[in-house]
Design a protein around this ligand. Sequence first.
Ligand SMILES: Cc1cc2nc3c(=O)[nH]c(=O)nc-3n(C[C@H](O)[C@H](O)[C@H](O)COP(=O)(O)OP(=O)(O)OC[C@H]3O[C@@H](n4cnc5c(N)ncnc54)[C@H](O)[C@@H]3O)c2cc1C
Length: 311
Amino acid sequence: MSHVVVFVEHESGLPLETSQQTLTLAATLDEVCAVTVGACQVGGVARHLEIDHPLLSDYAPEAIGEALAQVVRSESPTAMLAAGTERGNEVMSHVAALLDLPLAANVTEVRPTGESWEVTRMRWGGSLLEEAALSAPVKLATVAPHSIAADPMTGVTEAEPFTPQLPESLERTRVVERVTVSEGITLTTAPVVVSGGRGVGSSEGFGILEELAGLLGGAVGCSRVVTNNGWRPHSDQVGQTGTRVAPNLYIACGISGAIQHWVGMMASKNVLAINNDPEAPMVTKADYAVIGDLHPVLEAVVDEVKRRRGL
Ligand SMILES: Cc1cc2nc3c(=O)[nH]c(=O)nc-3n(C[C@H](O)[C@H](O)[C@H](O)COP(=O)(O)OP(=O)(O)OC[C@H]3O[C@@H](n4cnc5c(N)ncnc54)[C@H](O)[C@@H]3O)c2cc1C
């Protein structure tokens, strides 16, 4: 019997919304076999394989990828799908590499045409939709989060155990520690984000951005060049491979406005660019712009805010 396997991510024993969306898409293609790592209630599927292994007590992408590759070898599905979350994409990349199969990441639509699939893929943070053909003995794809509505789960399918053979060496990539993000104003909730790019010049250069963010009750963000240079942690990065923000005011200091950065802050209500290049995309797209060296400009802004507050 042909079937599609769906890797279901879950929390507290219930599928994530994005996995439920993936199950919904899979059900339009074929009979569905869900596979979970650890116990989870999954309904509305023909079968449910529950992977159990001591190496998989916490997130371990390489080992989960190997376990899923073993599911493909033993179940011979026509396709394996997962949600296009960071974890879904990471795990499925391992599956694709292990099985030497192509992977279509972040699909929004699947149209089977005989042996192959036509897929629409979301690229560049959603600013581009790509039409592609996926031709492989087992199709591997991840489903772009929130690109389709999830059908509600019906009933609960009894789980069958699946025990993979995992060498100890796969333990090398796993979660070893969880750090709680500090409470208070965060990048995603801050009404003002003061963000810096290459133009800031160094990690010390961010001092003035932090001062302004503090005065405005905001948070500091940055571009990928900044995290690549080690000036700020990745948790501060805004963009396609960072955090998406939508503050009332986004102050982009020395950031050129590459599309991968823009998609992370384009939902901001107002954008102020401070840049010495009047032609920079961030300047041409911003609501307000100051053309000049960001350091004296920010010092002047900080002085003025302090003066008006009598500080
Ligand atoms: C797959 C992929 C994913 C990516 N994801 C992200 C992402 O999530 N987030 C992200 O930010 N990028 C991302 N990037 C990188 C992105 O393409 C750009 O390279 C990056 O955003 C550029 O960073 P920047 O604007 O700081 O640097 P630059 O592009 O070098 O721009 C620096 C700007 O600072 C200005 N400047 C220089 N000195 C001063 C000064 N003294 N005063 C005022 N202005 C000054 C310059 O005129 C210029 O406009 C990604 C790229 C790829 C390929």
